[in-house]
Design a protein around this ligand. Structure first.
Ligand code: NAP
Length: 452
């Protein structure tokens, strides 16, 4: 029987309900085939990093979920929330019940610095802090001690900027957002006065994007501090800016921030956000098991324009830092039954194909880079490969019912998209009562209680 017809729909399990999962579903529905998709998600709620990663003070970025709602409205789409692949159902179960399995499970862990003292108390990861302030249930009970005056953030990507902004903002600036209630309460008690965002390279290489840099000049409580000497660029830096207009805009933004600071526009702001460059942490030190200081080594850049690398000069300084975050990138986690590349933290794949019948898209395919929209072409490329294989795809049991029965036996409450919409409405209503755009449920049992 020809696959992908109304008599024999192409059955695809998508694992993960973030942007790459939804764009993969969209690409499949746009094909000429009749498609049945079951989208598996560990949480009862969809959208991956759009819900748990995008900063609460960036609500417009979250409007992308309207597109995902439209994709979910296709007849062949079925959300299977609250089901953990690898625990409730195995990868081989999926292989048995679907013609193709497409992993879009993202990168839920993070890269380490591998320096002494990294595991001291009050040494945190940006990824867990982001998940905590966004109300991810697995991070709900994390405690971040914000009682110290100096906080250091290593890395200068957009995640580092998000963390710095959330630490820099007043409760007034955050209270109407969908920030988790527990995070707002903790941030209201924060004693942080100095935030150091530290890059191993220079301003011309900073990984954040110009819009994010611009916002740093618009904080109610916080002055941005930059050493003017850092903004004197080398010939290689100038050549890099020629090649990369976004990096040039970043430098323009930073010069603008410096000029504002020098003109006294930030005067009297009680918090300082120090943008520091050419420094790498080489050790964290502390007494009684908690971070007190970070030892930094000055770097010099070497290499051709576009490929300049930081190398330690041996010149060391110590910075008081009672709170420390590393923000040097997310990292994918392995899943039983799927070949994993430990060096990159991604599933082994060739352009999205793991093997015939198994595919991957998004950060677990290509690593943790790019904005939400980057996932669309990534997922479309993967789906193109999947459809090229369609004549070779097979499944033993072309039916979800046995899997649903097994989940029911195990007591797993499968959450449908209609169920999610009820949770969504309840969160929005609870938010309205508090003057917030949404008040998120941060415990799985509270999400499921809406459906009881
Ligand atoms: P990222 O953009 O890759 O930035 C990682 C940062 O860590 C870079 O500054 C990098 O410096 C630094 N780094 C890496 N290893 C290091 C080490 N061993 N020591 C010191 N520094 C180190 O990653 P991200 O910030 O996690 O963001 C992930 C993706 O999500 C990015 O594409 C980002 O743009 C996107 N995102 C977008 C938004 C938004 O659109 N608003 C918000 C959040 C995230 P080098 O450059 O020297 O490697």
């Amino acid at each position: 029987m020809t696959l992908g017809t109304p008599e024999a729909p192409l059955r695809v399990a998508i694992v993960g309900s973030g942007p790459s999962g939804f764009y993969a579903a969209e690409a499949l529905f746009k094909s000429d085939h009749t498609i049945h998709i079951d989208m598996y998600e560990k949480l009862p709620v969809p959208f991956g990093l759009v819900r748990s990663g995008v900063a609460p003070d960036h609500p417009k970025i979250k409007n992308v979920t309207r597109i995902y709602d439209k994709i979910a409205a296709n007849d062949g789409f079925h959300f299977m929330g609250n089901v953990t692949i690898g625990e409730d159902i195995s990868v081989s179960d999926l292989r048995e019940h679907y013609h193709a399995v497409l992993f879009a499970s993202g990168a839920s862990s993070d890269r380490r610095l591998n320096i002494p003292g990294e595991d001291l108390e009050r040494s945190y990861t940006a990824t867990e802090f982001v998940a905590w302030y966004n109300g991810h249930p697995e991070y709900r009970d994390r405690v971040f001690d914000l009682s110290r005056e100096n906080a250091v953030i290593i890395g200068q990507g957009n995640v580092a900027v998000d963390v710095c902004r959330i630490l820099s903002k007043s409760v007034e600036e955050l209270k109407a957002t969908d920030i988790a209630d527990h995070a707002l309460e903790a941030l209201a008690e924060s004693k942080i006065k100095n935030i150091y965002m530290i890059g191993r390279r220079g301003p011309a290489q900073a990984a954040f994007t110009p819009q994010e840099a611009k916002e740093l000049g618009e904080l109610d409580l916080t002055e941005v501090v930059i050493d003017p000497a850092d903004l004197e660029l080398s010939e290689a830096d100038e050549a890099e800016l020629e090649m990369n207009p976004a990096k040039r805009k970043n430098v323009v933004m930073m010069r603008d921030l410096l000029a504002k600071s020098q003109a006294g526009e930030f005067a009297n702001k009680p918090r300082k956000l120090h943008l520091m460059f050419f420094q790498s942490p080489v050790a964290l030190e502390g007494d009684n098991g908690s971070v007190e200081r970070v030892v930094l080594e000055r770097n010099a850049l070497s290499g051709e324009a576009g490929q300049q690398r930081a190398r330690g000069t041996g010149e060391k300084t110590t910075l008081d830092s009672g709170i420390f975050f590393r923000s040097v990138g997310y990292r994918g986690l392995p899943m039983q039954g799927v070949p994993f590349r430990d060096d990159w933290g991604v599933f082994h794949n060739d352009g999205g194909r793991i093997e015939t019948g198994m595919y991957t898209a998004g950060w677990i395919k290509r690593g943790p880079s790019g904005i939400i929209g980057t996932n669309k072409p990534c997922s479309y490329d993967t789906v193109k490969m999947l459809l090229e294989d369609v004549d070779q795809l097979q499944c033993a049991v072309a039916d979800t019912a046995p899997l649903r029965a097994r989940l029911e036996e195990k007591g797993v409450r499968v959450v449908s998209y209609a169920d999610w919409k009820k949770i969504d409405e309840a969160e929005i209503a609870a938010g309205a009562a508090k003057g917030k755009s949404r008040s998120k449920f941060t415990r799985v049992e509270d999400m499921l209680a809406v459906l009881a």
